[in-house]
Design a protein around this ligand. Structure first.
Ligand SMILES: Cc1cc2nc3c(=O)[nH]c(=O)nc-3n(C[C@H](O)[C@H](O)[C@H](O)COP(=O)(O)OP(=O)(O)OC[C@H]3O[C@@H](n4cnc5c(N)ncnc54)[C@H](O)[C@@H]3O)c2cc1C
Length: 266
């Protein structure tokens, strides 16, 4: 049973409460249903609300999103307009006013759409632990079975115009979980792909980087043929599951279609 919710004013206190067994709560959009549904929920929570992790800052070409910044804050920042399709594809306005950037890195299938976008942007996450802060790619952090530590912020370089692609296929246009989410950062030079990062959601236990898809496209022109070949390569690295939104079979069938739409726009 939940016995205490701490709301400290600084990060050091958050870390010491975590070290003594408290569980972090940010927006609570995943945590609160979990508290209600599980037989042995955490007994102590530590809230990030006042811990000073809620800033969104764009300075020059670098964006830094505090872990406790809400999705609504990201949506409001004019310098991050390219992320509007990502943020608006997540849940609903009320959920986005609570759900945080850091919390989305812990989301499991079929959620984690912001994490998918951050992986494609090559974002790095700062994680504080009692021993100090480490920084690692979001892709690596999210890939862990149970990521540890306090996420303090996420940073990335703003993409060149047109370089960032995003598509979330869902049953409804708004407020619906992912069937397949694709985000990509693509650079083409002289008609061929010279740099590509592809990230996927909805087709595995968590947001993931699609290295086989990337390898198939690097050095190639982007067209229906090369993207179909990349999708075929990508089938080996996805692990869709059945849920209330779609079957694993369906997700597998439509993955190549949505990869093509994300990368080619048709
Ligand atoms: C109705 C509904 C619809 C949704 N639809 C979507 C959707 O379409 N797409 C999508 O991507 N997501 C969706 N979600 C999930 C939601 O976006 C994520 O749950 C949200 O980003 C989590 O953020 P939070 O701040 O609420 O996390 P919380 O619920 O507070 O925490 C979630 C987990 O993350 C941990 N955590 C949170 N912040 C930190 C931190 N800084 N450091 C360490 N650990 C931390 C917590 O301990 C907890 O384990 C939906 C949720 C709901 C309720």
């Amino acid at each position: 049973m939940l016995t205490e919710v701490h709301v400290p004013d600084d990060m050091a206190t958050v870390l010491s409460l975590m070290a003594s067994g408290a569980t972090v709560v940010a927006g609570g959009t995943s945590m609160m249903p979990w508290l209600n549904d599980h037989a042995s929920p955490p007994t102590e929570l530590v809230s990030l609300r006042r811990a000073g992790l809620g800033t969104v800052r764009v300075s020059g070409t670098t964006a830094r999103l505090g872990a406790a910044a809400t999705l609504a804050q990201v949506e409001r920042d004019p310098a991050l307009g390219f992320l509007d399709p990502v943020v608006r594809s997540i849940a609903s306005v009320p959920v986005r006013t609570l759900a945080t950037v850091g919390g989305n890195l812990f989301a499991r299938r079929p959620h984690g759409d912001l994490a998918v976008a951050l992986i494609a942007l090559g974002a790095r996450v700062a994680v504080a632990e009692p021993a100090g802060t480490r920084e690692l790619p979001v892709a690596e952090f999210v890939a862990a079975e149970a990521p540890a530590g306090l996420v303090t912020d996420v940073a990335f370089e703003l993409p060149a115009p047109g370089a960032f692609r995003y598509l979330k296929a869902a049953r409804r246009r708004f407020n619906s979980a992912s069937l397949v989410t694709v985000a990509a950062g693509v650079t083409e030079t002289a008609g061929v792909v010279t740099r590509i990062v592809v990230a996927l959601g909805g087709v595995g236990p968590r947001a993931q980087r699609a290295r086989a898809v990337e390898a198939a496209l690097l050095g190639e022109p982007l067209n229906a043929e090369t993207v179909a070949a990349a999708a075929a390569a990508g089938l080996g690295e996805i692990a869709p599951a059945d849920d209330a939104y779609a079957s694993a079979w369906y997700r597998t069938r439509v993955f190549p279609v949505h990869l093509r739409r994300a990368l080619l726009g048709h």
